[in-house]
Design a protein around this ligand. Sequence first.
Ligand code: CU
Length: 291
Amino acid sequence: MLSKRALRVAIATAAATTTLFLSGCSQEQLSSAILMPLPASSSDVTNHTDRVTDLWNISWAVLWAVGAIAWGLMFWAIVVYRRRKGDTHLPAQMRYNNPIEILFTVVPLILVIGFFAFTARDMKVIETPNNPEVTVQVIGKQWSWDFNYTNENVYDSGIQSQYITGNDGKKAGLPTLYLPVNKRVELVLNSRDVDHSFWVVEFLYKKDALPGKTNHEYFTPTKIGDYNGKCAELCGEFHSMMLFNVKVVSQSDYDQHIAALKAAGQVGQLSLDASRNQNLPGVAAPAENEG
Ligand SMILES: [Cu+2]
């Protein structure tokens, strides 16, 4: 038996912790804290978000089960094999227990192979080219984004580090990527200077935008709405201001936006020739200027 004093301390600590924890939480936050589900706002936002959410939630469920078993065994051992009154010697010290050693090797191996297999299955679907109906080249730059609407031959350019909160509390002055709903989209990702990472929070996917390399991202936005974009790779002083908006809109609203860009004279494509680094591996050096 635990001594009465130890028991009292344990109960008081548990009660205080639980009270503190519960008092600051809504029901939703509580289940979030325990199960770590991805936000419901990502449900059905692209053709991939439900798949990503499932992978995440099932992984957490498995990890919690492993945790519960491991913690359970640990506390059981602490309590059952604690030092008792009158114990004067160490208990028998054992070096090996082969069944336990095998268990500790095989179970994690099965878990790692399982996580790998399910991740590989989902990555294969997400990373497969989708015969795009809309292609946009996204160019990261310190510290904003350029968008080339390839099919329509128009562009939009973000001004560096704009962050104005409007009266409605929304961020204004940020570059906005427009995408038509329910169309297969391909993003072509490049960078003008250093490593960036293109992340639309609700899309549950990030991809690096790197100088000297072209990456691709494939998805179909399935829900009209406004989404938040960020750079997810620490890329310099104003990395945190490298924000953008994504608007998933109807085809007619999309056409309207493209027409507005055209009317503003933003016709053509912003070239990577304007990038800072022109001496990247695989890029031919400009011809020497003779004379
Ligand atoms: Cu960045």
